[in-house]
Design a protein around this ligand. Structure first.
Ligand SMILES: [Zn+2]
Length: 335
């Protein structure tokens, strides 16, 4: 029953007949047909977006670096002709009692289109390198080149490409969420993480009839030799979307980066978006029972620009672009 509901939601225009397209062996053919977006991601551009964010300093909520980065992100979205840029603010309290404001920035491309996809990344960075191998570093804020800036870079590069070659009659919402990464490590309270997204789902700019077909979260998508398994929560809530994206990655020539096996379960922004009723997957270098855990720079002072792999960034962005142009072409073909 739950699966059937998701199937309806991820089809253009919500027509029941379309739902079957996401099952069985047509998926691979559709992926093949849509694997060539008319525009390519640029690795230099992607690295530039990461460097710009890191250049502000750690984007710790409440800091000037965070405020400067916020201004930069809004300015970039407007520069790339995103139609509407909304900043949602909400008061939050972190697990250690800090009262802060969450600023979620959302850029909407073709907001009137009847079909859309939601892309999500967090732009805040962890205030403490609490996984650093050296104890004296564990109170130091991290650069968050991978954990934060990489996912944002994919969204900005997507906006840049969509300005160069716009989608027709298809919407893309770019959501840059705040306060993902100030959670309590080692505790069992998952709700201390993803505070910005928890507020965003309470005030989503959607009616029940114009919600996105689905969401794709990009988190830690710039690590050296990163491999993206099918994240467990994504697989549980939004398997048809995982199937679609992994088939498309395979058809795009990236099977080695997107192995068709299930990875670990990650508490991340997609969890709250799924609970709010929008199927959402997480493309993340994830905890994995076969290969260990996250990238070794995770929550350490080594999560810096030098640890970023331009090929990883380019690969992930190509998958996102191929996905968007394919969905737009399919939706226009069914109307
Ligand atoms: Zn993190």
């Amino acid at each position: 029953m739950f699966t059937a509901m998701i199937m309806g939601l991820i089809s253009c225009g919500g027509k029941a007949a379309d739902a079957g397209k996401d099952t069985g062996n047509t998926t691979e053919n559709e992926a093949q047909a849509g694997a060539d977006a008319p525009v390519k991601a640029d690795a230099d551009s992607l690295i530039g977006f990461v460097a710009a964010q890191v250049g502000f300093g750690p984007r710790v909520p409440g800091s000037k670096s965070h405020e400067d980065c916020r201004r930069y992100l809004t300015e970039r979205l407007k520069f790339y002709s995103v139609d509407t840029v909304i900043t949602q603010t909400a008061p939050v309290t972190t697990w250690d009692g800090s009262a802060l404001t969450a600023y979620n920035i959302m850029g909407r491309i073709n907001p009137e289109a009847s079909n859309r996809i939601l892309l999500v990344a967090h732009y805040d960075t962890r205030p403490w390198a609490d996984e650093d191998p050296r104890p004296e570093n564990r109170q130091t804020p991290i650069d968050g080149a991978n954990d934060g800036a990489s996912g944002v870079a994919v969204l900005l590069e997507t906006a840049r490409c969509l300005k160069a070659t716009p989608l027709k009659d298809f919407g893309v919402d770019l959501l840059l969420v705040d306060l993902e990464d100030s959670g309590r490590s080692g505790g069992d309270d998952e709700d201390t993480w993803c505070l910005g997204t928890q507020k965003w789902v309470d005030a989503m700019p959607y009616s029940p009839t114009d919600r996105p077909l689905y969401g794709v979260l990009l988190d830690m998508v710039g690590g050296k030799d990163a491999v993206f398994h099918r994240e467990y929560i994504s697989q549980t809530y939004a398997k048809p979307v995982v199937d679609k994206v992994w088939a498309l990655a395979n058809a795009s020539g990236f099977a080695d980066r997107f192995p068709n096996s299930i990875g670990g379960s990650v508490i991340d922004d997609h969890l709250y978006i799924n609970r709010a009723g929008i199927p959402c997957i997480d493309i993340i270098e994830s905890a994995n029972p076969h290969t260990g855990s996250f990238n070794p720079t995770w929550h350490t002072t080594s999560d810096n620009l030098a640890s970023i792999d331009r090929e990883t960034l380019r690969t992930v962005t190509e998958v996102v672009l191929n996905l968007l142009y394919r969905e737009a072409a399919q939706c226009s073909a069914t109307h």
